[in-house]
Each structure stands twice: as structure tokens, then as C-alpha cells.
Design a protein around this ligand. Structure first.
Ligand SMILES: [Fe+2]
Length: 245
């Protein structure tokens, strides 16, 4: 049955954390059940992971993944570095992937929060104080994302577009800011100010820290918030987080 309350919560806040008990022996059944509750279609395989060159090199090419995409056993007590802010779907256009699910099966021994940056709310705040900076984020050349998967051609697996803007009348973001991003900041002081805001003051007011317990699922609007996984240490049993979009 469609869960209209959950849909309303996710749409109002940009995310929700919900209890979804795992199904023994089927780590992804929780994703299918939640998608059904939200009236969402089948899980989506991003463009990057449908590329023939990428398919030769990555583990878990299907729409359901363990995060990170490990192709070998994870050693107990190992450390895992954190991620940088991104939206899922490196090659997708603005607003291309609307919803991401993260489901916790086993917690990290320490660390491992997911941070959400409410990037559309931050954009609205910036628009009120520095309209030119906000406008620069909507430029079609503002942000290029480049895949850095070993063995693939970076000149081919890239996507340029606005970092913010309206899609079907609704504000959307593809704010991502790490080693896979090139910002068009040269001779562009408006975009330099926008980035300084998103990297600084925006984090004081638009950041949400979420530590999932086993059996909890984070549902978020990937078209409205950016996210990053924080560093963590595995326990005797490695942390297990599953994802679908
Ligand atoms: Fe992600």
C-alpha cells in the first residue's frame, strides 16, 4: 500500500529515516518493499554503470549495491575513508535521479555517518543574499563531473551542466565537490563566491548528520540534497550498507 505520510515527509524535508526490517538471505528486499510503498518504479542503473567500458571494471553492476562497491572481502577492523559531497548519478542531468535509499544491515564499529547537505535550501538562502552568485550556479557550464574509474577514458565519461536550477518547476541540485568535479570558476567571481558559501557558511545551517542503526533506511531526494559518507572503522563484522536509486 502506498505510504502517503512517508512520501509527504520525504518531500517536505528532503529525507526521512524509517525502520525497514531486513529480510534474511535477501539484503535488497527492503529496497523493493520501500520502493513499492513510495510508489516508485524499479531501481535504476545510472548511466555510468551502463557504460560497456565501466562494466568491465566495476563490481556489482546491477541496480542494488553494497556500499562501497567492494569486489573482495572487507577485512575486519579496517578503516574506510570518507567521501566528498555529491549527488548520485555522475553522468545524469540535473534532477536525473530523484531518490536514493541507503539501508543499514550492520553498523560500523566507529564513525560512518551519512551527511546530507540540503543544497536546494542553501541555494534559496544564497539567492536572497547574493543573487548573482546563486545565478552563476544555474549556468549550463557551471559544473563538470568526470568519472575517475581506473581503465576508463575520462574525456568520454563526463557531464557538464548547471549545479542548481529548476526542473519541471522545482528546484534541483547536482552540487558535488570532490576529485570528480571541475568548477568553471576561472574569471568567474560570482561562482567563486557561490562555492565559498557552499563550502563554508552553508554547512553551518544546512547540514544533517545521520547515523543509521541496523534495520533503518535513509530515504532522500537525491535531486534536492547532496550527501557524503563519513570515514569509519569496520568492526569484527564489517559495516554493511546497501543502496539503490
Ligand atoms: Fe552516493
Amino acid at each position: 500500500m502506498t505510504n502517503h505520510d512517508l512520501i509527504a515527509t520525504v518531500n517536505q524535508h528532503g529525507y526521512a529515516v524509517v525502520p525497514v526490517p531486513p529480510t534474511p538471505d535477501d539484503p535488497f528486499d527492503a529496497h523493493r518493499r520501500t520502493a513499492h510503498e513510495l510508489g516508485l518504479p524499479d531501481a535504476y542503473i545510472p548511466r555510468l554503470y551502463r557504460d560497456p567500458q565501466v562494466l568491465k571494471t566495476v563490481a556489482q553492476p546491477g541496480p542494488y549495491n553494497e556500499i562501497p562497491r567492494a569486489d573482495s572481502p572487507v577485512p575486519p577492523w579496517s578503516e574506510v575513508p570518507g567521501q566528498q559531497f555529491h549527488v548520485d548519478g555522475l553522468l545524469e542531468p540535473l534532477g536525473g535521479i530523484r531518490t536514493t535509499f541507503l539501508h543499514c544491515l550492520t553498523q560500523a564499529h566507529a564513525g560512518g555517518a551519512t551527511q546530507l547537505l540540503l543544497a536546494c535550501d542553501a541555494f534559496t538562502d544564497l539567492e536572497a543574499t547574493d543573487a548573482a552568485a546563486a545565478l552563476s550556479l544555474t549556468h549550463p557550464q557551471a559544473l563538470t563531473r568526470v568519472a575517475t574509474i581506473p581503465g576508463t577514458a575520462p574525456e568520454r565519461l563526463r557531464s557538464t551542466g548547471p549545479a542548481s536550477g529548476r526542473v519541471d518547476g522545482e528546484l534541483a541540485t547536482r552540487y558535488s565537490d570532490g576529485t570528480t568535479e571541475i568548477w568553471n570558476t576561472t574569471d568567474n567571481p560570482d561562482l567563486q563566491r557561490a562555492l565559498a558559501y557552499l563550502r563554508g557558511p552553508a554547512l553551518d545551517t544546512h547540514l544533517v548528520d545521520i547515523v543509521l542503526a541496523p534495520g533503518q533506511m535513509l530515504v532522500f531526494r537525491n535531486d534536492r540534497v547532496s550527501h557524503r559518507g563519513r570515514p569509519y572503522r569496520n568492526g569484527a563484522r564489517p559495516r554493511r550498507l546497501t543502496r539503490s536509486m
